[in-house]
Write a protein of this length. Structure first.
Length: 291
């Protein structure tokens, strides 16, 4: 299996007796994806133990006192508590019950919520910009296609020079390798241009829809989904004195700043469910005092 995944055949070229050739077959994957797969092979994989219970918020928070990972355990059959593993020092941090931790996370996510009307308006603006961008992209595509034709012509001339014994086999192989790789790169660039102008739209759309989904996830009270969106939007999670501290990732930090302004209409639209008064102060302190 490893040998198969390392074969450049998948992105449109192939090797024969140590020599690289441009394939006539359509690429199965992009060269960028192929390169990423090769990078994965270079990384060490570490075995993980299967947890006995599903602790929704375990695995990404650190203790704010000693820096070790926060773990979880089930007590009295139904209560789940999160706490420092206390493996390095005699840490003084206390346990926090899962429902209390979830409540803090709910309050923390509230400022990035975007209502339906705002979501639709933003996506409409994105769609209009995407249409305008397509004109510019078409011009770039034409330019790359022209260079592709030029590279193909150079490859043909190089082969003629070799067959006419104008250049040596060593020179031929060296120059052909460069041309083949350049052609593969141009094909990748062409693919990026054809999908890239819509790729940013999909990424931006995903961010807006993620923010819009906050209300639904909180109402459903599914801790796994709550944990997933918390990790997706935040980073550097620290638990100290029974309070969760973190940073919003880009671009969610921008949405947080925009929604948190006192005169912002989105902030005023937040339903009571999304702004638990017990956690509003804690969240404000998090931003002033990041871990």
């Amino acid at each position: 299996m490893v040998k198969v995944l390392r074969n450049p055949f998948h992105y449109g070229v192939f090797r024969l007796k140590g020599e690289i050739f441009e394939g006539s077959h359509p690429p199965i994957i992009s060269k960028r994806l192929f390169d990423k797969v090769q990078d994965v092979f270079e990384m060490r994989s570490k075995p993980t133990r299967k947890a006995r219970y599903n602790f929704a918020f375990r695995g990404y928070m650190r203790c704010g006192e000693c820096g070790v990972m926060v773990t979880a355990e089930k007590k009295k059959g139904k209560y789940i508590y999160y706490h420092c593993t206390k493996r390095k020092t005699k840490c003084s941090q206390e346990y926090i019950e899962e429902k209390e931790l979830a409540g803090q996370i709910i309050g923390s996510l509230a400022p990035i919520w975007i209502n339906d009307n705002t979501k639709n308006r933003i996506l409409q603006d994105f769609d209009e910009h995407k249409t305008q961008e397509e004109t510019t992209v078409e011009a770039s595509i034409s330019k790359v296609q022209t260079e592709l034709s030029e590279v193909s012509a150079k490859t043909d001339k190089l082969l003629d020079a070799y067959l006419s014994e104008i250049i040596t086999e060593t020179e031929f192989q060296s120059k052909k390798k460069n041309l083949v790789e350049r052609k593969a790169a141009l094909k990748q660039e062409l693919e990026d241009l054809r999908s890239g102008h819509s790729e940013w739209f999909e990424l931006a759309k995903n961010v807006i829809e993620t923010c819009n989904s906050v209300e639904k996830i909180i109402k459903e009270k599914n801790f796994d989904d709550l944990s997933e969106i918390f990790q997706k939007t935040g980073s550097n999670f620290v638990l100290r004195d029974k309070k969760i501290f973190f940073y919003f990732q880009e671009p969610f930090d921008f949405i947080f700043s925009n929604n948190s302004s006192d005169d912002n209409s989105l902030r005023k639209d937040l339903p009571p469910l999304l702004v638990p008064k017990a956690h509003a102060k804690n969240f404000s302190e998090k931003r002033k005092k990041p871990c």
